[in-house]
Write a protein that binds this ligand. Structure first.
Ligand SMILES: [Zn+2]
Length: 243
């Protein structure tokens, strides 16, 4: 493939543009990750509030159950107390009295459970309110931070688009077959697709080049590719633009 000194300079200029674009791209790639961290913090804070809310609800449910249980015991006491007047034997009277005492003792234990549940509800509600207030502060800050990051991202994107247009202008001047080689090398994870020779070595992979190859590179007449790393080679002097 025939090549001119101008092509070499265009490829080097393109590579500089692409390196700058890669840098901007890296800056952009970072932002969604930073936003994700803020969002994860927000989710964690919301989960904490929900946890206290669930605790309150569970205790309220327990309290309701205990209240029904207590009502049933109280009803039993009432019923058995009335039955006391109707029993005929002393044994039956005693048995009924014992049952009433058992229900009263059980009712008293249930009342303690209800009081404990009420205290639990009270502290869970307080914790929920505190977490919600804390969450609000965090949310406001995170939302502001996310908005700022999104603004930065759109600014960087605009910068990227501007630089990309310049880069595409440079690329348009380079023959398509050279661009194919250049793009191929870059797509293989080598952003420095065109590199100078360093004496008799490829300056990127350091392989010792065949003497004939060094001569070909020096001529700047045909495109020379490093046999080891496939990068395009040029002699450093070719990169110097005429003054
Ligand atoms: Zn090489």
């Amino acid at each position: 493939m025939a090549i001119t000194k101008e092509n070499i300079q265009q490829l080097i200029a393109l590579q500089e543009q692409d390196a700058a674009l890669d840098k901007v791209q890296k800056e952009m790639d970072l932002i969604p990750r930073q936003i994700a961290v803020f969002k994860a913090d927000l989710d964690a804070a919301k989960a904490k509030v929900a946890e206290f809310k669930a605790k309150t609800l569970a205790l309220e449910k327990l309290k309701k159950e205990k209240e029904l249980e207590l009502a049933a015991r109280e009803e039993a006491v009432r019923k058995h107390s009335m039955e006391l007047n109707q029993v005929k034997t002393n044994d039956a009277f005693k048995a009924l009295q014992q049952e009433i005492e058992r229900d009263k003792a059980a009712g008293s234990a249930i009342e303690t459970d209800i009081l404990e549940a009420m205290e639990g509800i009270d502290s869970a509600r307080k914790a929920e309110r505190a977490a919600a207030a804390e969450n609000k502060v965090l949310e406001d800050k995170a939302n502001a931070d996310i908005a700022a990051l999104e603004k930065t991202l759109s600014e960087i994107q605009a910068k990227f688009d501007g630089q990309k247009a310049v880069r595409d202008g440079v690329a348009a001047q380079i023959p398509a077959d050279m661009m194919r080689i250049y793009n191929h090398v870059r797509s293989r994870g080598k952003p420095d697709a065109i590199v100078p020779v360093d004496g008799e070595n490829c300056s990127a992979c350091r392989i010792n080049l065949a003497p004939q190859m060094v001569i070909e590179v020096a001529k700047t007449k045909a495109l020379v590719i490093c046999e080891s790393c496939q990068r395009i080679l040029y002699k450093p002097e070719a990169a110097a633009k005429p003054v």
